[in-house]
Design a protein around this ligand. Structure first.
Ligand code: CA
Ligand code: CA
Length: 143
């Protein structure tokens, strides 16, 4: 995962390994974030290593919540990254994903949020996709 070649990120994006990351300034539904990232030639953040999970825990402000590119909207309980890859490495909060726990107040929870805590690495939660949150776009750094 180390980026050995010289690469750069656009202004305002933060580099980690060979990727660039941008936190949105506004809030929107998960689908809004997905579309915004597409328009930037990027995708909602995909976390596929412990190193990236650790980096991302410091990238987002403590106590904040934001969308990541993970959903089980196609098949309930089958989580997939936005690029179609299945979820193999995961950092769910304790008791999550719970699909709302059957409480109608939360509805069907099919999109994943990153809930930045103080120390824990286990900070993902599934929530209603139509919930207003910030999101993070990720794309490959330019060579
Ligand atoms: Ca679900
Ligand atoms: Ca949940």
């Amino acid at each position: 995962m180390l980026c050995v070649t010289d690469r750069t990120c656009p202004a305002g994006w933060k580099m980690f390994s060979c990727s660039c990351y941008l936190l949105s300034s506004v809030r929107g539904f998960w689908s809004t974030g997905r579309q915004d990232c597409r328009e930037r030639g990027a995708h909602l953040v995909i976390i596929n290593s412990l190193e990236e999970q650790k980096f991302f825990s410091t990238f987002t402000e403590e106590g904040s919540m934001s969308w990541i590119g993970l959903t089980d909207i196609d098949t309930e309980g089958t989580w997939k990254w936005i690029d179609g890859t299945p979820l193999t490495l995961s950092y769910w909060r304790r008791g999550q994903p719970d699909n709302g726990g059957g409480d109608p107040q939360w509805g069907e929870e099919d999109c994943a949020q990153f809930y930045t805590g103080s120390k824990t690495l286990n900070n993902w939660n599934d929530v209603l996709c139509d919930y207003p949150l910030k999101w993070t776009c990720e794309k490959n750094a330019d060579v």
